[in-house]
Design a protein around this ligand. Structure first.
Ligand code: CMC
Length: 451
């Protein structure tokens, strides 16, 4: 018996036989995928629901259709809206790329001028946000400060909750891209115990950020042009990367129709982890731990025999199974920055780690190549950013991609609130038989732990 989910040619379809029932099903294949819901028609005896796909960590599941970023992981290709990352890094600016990601086309000069003007004039934050940040301890991690202050902005812009209004989406997008550098720089100054530097509307996006971070008593900040261009390129490289952990977080949280400040805060939280954006910070910690090039062979041995417990941070990628195209650009950029500040022992360790990893069977077999985070940390450190600030720089740039992905998700008629299924592995029903006798210990001065 043959059943068909939808009319389809026999070429672009999958024929499956359910051995539990002997029934054969033809599932359409479109864009290299089958619809997971088409599996529901495969029902075993006594199975009301139908067959489901089990895919922890989304190893082989497309959660959306997207026209923003294209990655070919086998061939090391990354494109934003069709434009190769190498061309954008060489010729574009971060704000032009942010526009491109959101609108799908490069801006005209008039569109660009207006966009830059709006971003520039929304860089200030409410004074109470400053006081909110002052409440953190001196040793607060800047990613925690950034995450909470972006979430707090949701309370400052209640209109942003109207995500169905295109004007609200537009102004929220402008506000987020404009204010992220301000919040990031405030977090930096707080950690250093330095006074806040307000935005300077005469400067470019990147120059203004560097000014808010580094300006001291000089009336006007003059950024080092090599550092400014390096940071501009790093922001372009980090602006989007299709369905990674943090983008998935933004889409999933945004799918509840919460405001974009809250959704982006979820993305920042996801980015904080060492397996994701936190890897640039982890690379530096790893290099510090290795301490000297002579200790590298022992460290590599530890990685190879540690059964995944010790990782070569900044290596490997879920999608890229060849050289990360961003890492190639970053390596070249690193040479330019190091030409300004000089080579040091840490860079020597990094270069040697890369050389060994690219020639060692363990890494070759597993297709572990340097990813974007391997060299970015070293560049950031050369520019005198503290280690715990590296992921903040990533977050500032990725905000452009998160917002483009968030809006694409909202406008996609096929999307609904994200709600995965599970395979329940717990107890069957059982009777409640308490092991405690006092349900409210501590009340009425009966705290059993108090002497
Ligand atoms: N060092 C040593 N071994 C590794 C590494 C590494 N960096 N990455 C993966 N492996 C091994 C892993 O132990 C496994 O070995 P085996 O087959 O013997 O069990 C094999 O390679 C496959 O790894 P996986 O864990 O299945 O790969 P994944 O796709 O789940 O993980 C990853 C991808 C990026 C989380 C992982 O490669 C990793 O932890 N890398 C280090 C952290 C890092 O640099 N993260 C930044 C990613 S790029 C920026 C971003 O997008 O956030």
């Amino acid at each position: 018996m043959s059943q068909t989910a939808a009319p389809t040619s026999s070429v672009d379809s999958l024929e499956v036989k359910d051995n539990r029932t002997g029934k054969v099903f033809t599932l359409p294949i479109t864009e290299g995928t089958i619809r997971a819901n088409d599996l529901l028609q495969l029902k075993g005896p006594g199975d009301e629901t139908g067959l489901r796909a089990y895919d922890p960590a989304f190893l082989n599941t497309a959660s959306c259709r997207s026209a923003i970023t294209y990655i070919d992981g086998d061939n090391g290709i990354l494109r934003y809206r069709g434009y190769p990352i190498e061309q954008l890094a060489e010729k574009s600016t971060f704000l032009e790329v942010a526009w491109l990601l959101r609108h799908g086309e490069l801006p005209t000069q008039t569109e660009y001028n207006e966009w830059v003007h709006h971003i520039t004039y929304h860089t200030y934050v409410h004074e109470n946000v400053k006081r909110f940040l002052e409440g953190f301890r001196y040793d607060a991690h800047p990613m925690s400060m950034l995450c909470s202050s972006v979430a707090a902005l949701s309370a400052f812009y209640p209109q942003a909750h109207d995500i169905h209004d295109p004007e609200q989406r537009n102004i929220s997008t402008i506000r987020l891209i404009a204010k992220l550098p301000t919040l990031a720089a405030f977090a930096y100054r707080h950690a250093k115990g330095l006074p806040i530097i307000y935005p300077d509307n005469d400067l470019t996006y990147v120059e203004n950020f560097l000014s808010m971070v580094a300006r001291m008593s000089e009336p006007k900040y003059e950024a080092n042009p090599v550092f400014t261009r390096a940071l501009e390129i790093l922001f372009i490289l980090h602006a989007d990367h299709e369905q990674n952990c943090s983008t998935n977080a933004v889409r999933a949280v945004g799918s509840s129709h919460v405001d974009p400040f809250s959704a982006v805060a979820a993305g920042i939280a996801a980015l904080f982890g060492p397996l994701h954006g936190g890897a640039n910070e982890a690379v530096l910690h790893m290099i510090k731990e290795i301490e000297h090039p002579k200790n590298i062979p022992a460290f590599i041995e530890q990685v190879k025999t540690g059964k995944g417990e010790t990782k070569l941070m900044g290596f490997g990628h879920r999608v890229y199974k060849s050289y990360d195209p961003r890492a190639k650009i970053v390596k070249k950029l690193a040479d330019e920055v190091f030409a300004q500040v000089g080579m040091d022992k840490d860079l020597e360790i990094a270069l040697e780690l890369e050389r060994i990893a690219l020639s060692d069977d363990y890494f070759i077999k597993r297709k572990l190549y340097p990813n974007v985070d391997f060299y970015t940390g070293l560049i950031y450190r050369s520019m005198a950013f503290p280690t715990d600030f590296f992921t903040v720089l990533f977050a500032v740039a990725r905000t452009a991609g998160w917002l483009a992905q968030w809006e694409e998700m909202l406008l996609d008629k096929e999307q609904k609130i994200a709600r995965p299924r599970q395979i329940y592995t717990g107890y069957a029903e059982r009777k409640y038989e308490p092991k405690i006798t006092d349900r409210f210990p501590g009340v009425h001065n009966k705290d059993p732990l108090r002497k």
